[in-house]
Ligand binder design. Structure first.
Ligand code: NAD
Length: 263
């Protein structure tokens, strides 16, 4: 077996936003196992995340850009170019959640959810696409959500942002359709990460449930499989999107949701 077939993404650099935990870290690990060097980002344990990726035999660095600030996003893409020669694979993953009915939703939380979950995807693509075009190859993978295609009460900002991400993905796919760049969205159902753990804890507190009971209730409400999707499964899907087999997948919204949106 040649090195190329073992490490199909060797020589590529992937920038994964919000990759110090959860899905972002899972995607970064899968891309690293496929041979890509990784630029990590996020507010969690940066050193731990860098060490985990380096242990997979590739190069890793962290940039602490706040994804709600366009200037910092541009600086991060420039940093990736300077340190690793450019961004070949961009995974827009950073995201936050806030749950409240519209009439009680703090305006500043609305702005933050839209800024990090939607606007950041635009700013990062805007900064990364020119170099991908110059090289004639690129992959943009936007981590949307089932909430990009269906809604849940209490999640106005998140649902609006994720529907926006899917629309933006389609526009970017059309604008790059005659190039070697593809742009697609992954739409996960429930994945057990810090973002969801917080919702489980809130449910347990509200209903006086044990943590396990709250998890079962959360899954039971929406996800027919009654199992969490894993960050590793999403990572493998991202690796597939970087393959030659996926080179004519453009503007897709790929659901990986235990049947959530089949209902
Ligand atoms: P998480 O909380 O584990 O990870 C979020 C990451 O984003 C962390 O690294 C955090 O530090 C980073 N982050 C948050 N605000 C940031 C900011 N302003 N600037 C830079 N980094 C920031 O959450 P997760 O569940 O892994 O979520 C990752 C993505 O997957 C999000 O876009 C989320 O909407 C999406 N998603 C999650 C689920 C799920 O069930 N967990 C389902 C569908 C979609």
């Amino acid at each position: 077996m040649t090195t190329t077939s073992c490490a199909p993404l060797a020589g590529k650099t992937a920038l994964v936003t919000g990759s110090t935990s959860g899905i972002g870290l899972g995607v970064a690990r899968a891309l690293a196992k496929a041979g890509a060097d990784i630029v990590l980002n996020g507010f969690g344990d940066a050193e731990g995340a860098v060490a985990q990726i380096e242990a997979l035999g590739v190069r890793a660095i962290h940039h602490g850009a706040d994804m709600s600030r366009p200037g910092e996003i541009e600086a991060m893409v420039a940093f990736a170019a300077e340190r690793f020669g450019g961004v070949d694979i961009l995974v827009n993953n950073a995201g936050i959640q806030f749950v409240a009915p519209i009439e009680d939703f703090p305006a500043e939380r609305w702005d933050a959810v839209i800024a990090i979950n939607l606007n950041a995807t635009f700013h990062a693509m805007r900064a990364a696409l020119p170099a991908m075009r110059a090289r004639g190859w690129g992959r943009v993978i936007n981590i949307a959500s089932v909430h990009g295609v269906v809604a849940s009460a209490g999640k106005s900002a998140y649902v609006a942002a994720k529907h926006g991400v899917i629309g933006l993905t389609k526009v970017a796919a059309l604008e790059t359709a005659r190039s070697g760049i593809t742009v697609n969205a992954i739409c996960p159902g429930w994945v057990l990460t810090p973002l969801v753990q917080q919702q489980i804890d809130d449910l347990a507190r509200r209903e006086g449930l044990a943590p396990d009971e709250a998890s079962v209730r959360l899954l039971g409400e929406k996800q027919p499989s009654a199992r969490f999707v894993t960050p590793e499964q999403i990572g493998e899907l991202a690796v597939f999107l970087c393959s030659g087999a996926a080179s004519e997948m453009r503007g897709a919204e790929l659901k990986i949701d235990g049947g959530w949106t089949a209902q």
